[in-house]
Write a protein that binds this ligand. Structure first.
Ligand SMILES: NC(=O)c1ccc[n+]([C@@H]2O[C@H](COP(=O)([O-])OP(=O)(O)OC[C@H]3O[C@@H](n4cnc5c(N)ncnc54)[C@H](OP(=O)(O)O)[C@@H]3O)[C@@H](O)[C@H]2O)c1
Length: 335
């Protein structure tokens, strides 16, 4: 972050920035838009901070889907200088919650005139084309920062902007934000995976902390594995839960046996999720290597949901293999 941008955020309310946004740019494109005013008037609320970096540059969120909406709201809640939000769909403006709709613009040119930090929160396959389209608006993007939030991709998607002078990075929330309008998920506590060069990396770490998140650097060459684990952990339990519910329905066990009763087991499994070796907490026929019961399960599944039989067999085998890898011993009992 430039020295000119190192200000206390005490006087940096989003409203003030919005009003002052047209005065941005010129000789100090990445600096605080209030710098000249601040120095002239010596406002006590706009002191130049000593030492610590602070994110004070005007920000925009481009793409108002699930994460874009969540991010925009969280930036505002954290008192960060969000000056614009943008969506390809004009009707989105009507659905925006109160603090966001005045910031809406459908005019990309206007957005880049106002903001210096632009979060590209469009869906993954639209990031690169959007970056190329934006890059073509100017020959020089020096002083701008562009960030995308995909965990599956690196900075290469923003190369067109990087080649024209912009700083680029990845700011990936390791969390799920399925329904920001009806059931907003809080960003506080979210780990943020970050890929960026040194100076932007420290800004993104600072930003994550301001949002109540926990930043960490993703080794760029291991990005695919990082994302694979995220997808497995976020989705595989939901697939298994959905299968369990479907088996209750198809078998007719419901309504006598309600799905909620099984939630206790899920909570028990989750309580071991952060232990170093969760596989040690397996119970039941897999852990006992009880071949008879496993066969009964397979037969029941064959009758109710035959497509899931190979998965069940593979889970048993995987459990054995993971246990062996963790302990050097096979799981106890016969199978
Ligand atoms: N949601 C999550 O839980 C989550 C978690 C971690 C990371 N992320 C990342 O956040 C980013 C956005 O994901 P999301 O879940 O918010 O997706 P989403 O809800 O599907 O929204 C994506 C947005 O992309 C825009 N878009 C769609 N097609 C486009 C096109 N052809 N050209 C330009 N823009 C287009 C749309 O924005 P407009 O119509 O508003 O312009 C849409 O609202 C992705 O990179 C994703 O990997 C999401």
């Amino acid at each position: 972050m430039t020295a000119g941008a190192r200000h206390s955020d005490a006087g940096m309310t989003p409203g003030v920035l919005r009003d002052g946004a047209s005065a941005l740019g010129g000789a100090n494109p990445r600096g605080c838009p209030h710098l000249s005013i601040c120095l002239r008037a010596l406002l006590p609320t706009c002191q130049i901070a000593r030492g610590e970096a602070m994110i004070t540059e005007p920000m925009a969120v481009f793409g108002l889907g699930r994460w874009g909406l969540t991010l925009a709201r969280t930036l505002l809640d954290a008192g960060l200088p969000l000056v614009a939000v943008s969506s390809q769909r004009p009707r989105v403006k009507q659905e925006l919650p109160d603090p966001l709709w005045p910031l809406w613009t459908g005019d990309t040119q206007r957005l880049v005139e106002r903001a210096r930090w632009i979060f590209l929160t469009v869906r993954d396959d639209a990031i690169e084309p959007t970056a190329r389209r934006l890059a073509s608006l100017r020959t020089d993007w020096t002083g701008y920062t562009f960030v995308h939030s995909s965990g599956a991709h690196g900075r290469e998607l923003l190369e067109a902007l990087h080649q024209r002078g912009a700083r680029t990075g990845v700011f990936h929330p390791l969390n799920a934000f399925p329904d920001p309008l009806r059931h907003p998920t809080t960003v506080a506590g979210t780990p943020f995976g970050i890929i960026a060069d040194e100076d932007l990396r420290s800004d993104l770490f600072e930003l994550a902390e301001k949002l109540g998140g926990r930043p960490f650097a993703i080794p760029p060459d291991l990005r695919s594995v990082y994302h694979l684990v995220a997808v497995l952990v976020a989705n595989a339990p939901l697939v298994l839960i959905s299968l369990g519910r479907e088996l209750l329905r198809r078998s007719g066990l419901e309504p006598d046996v309600r799905w909620e009763y099984y939630a206790v087991l899920l909570q028990s499994a989750l309580s071991h999720a952060t232990d170093p070796e969760p596989i040690l907490y397996l119970t039941g026929p897999w852990a006992r290597r009880d071949r008879t019961t496993v066969r009964q399960h397979r037969d029941a599944l064959q009758g109710l949901y035959p497509e899931a039989v190979p998965l069940y067999e593979q889970l048993v085998a995987l459990a054995q293999a993971l246990y062996l890898a963790a302990t050097g011993q096979p799981m106890g009992g016969e199978i």
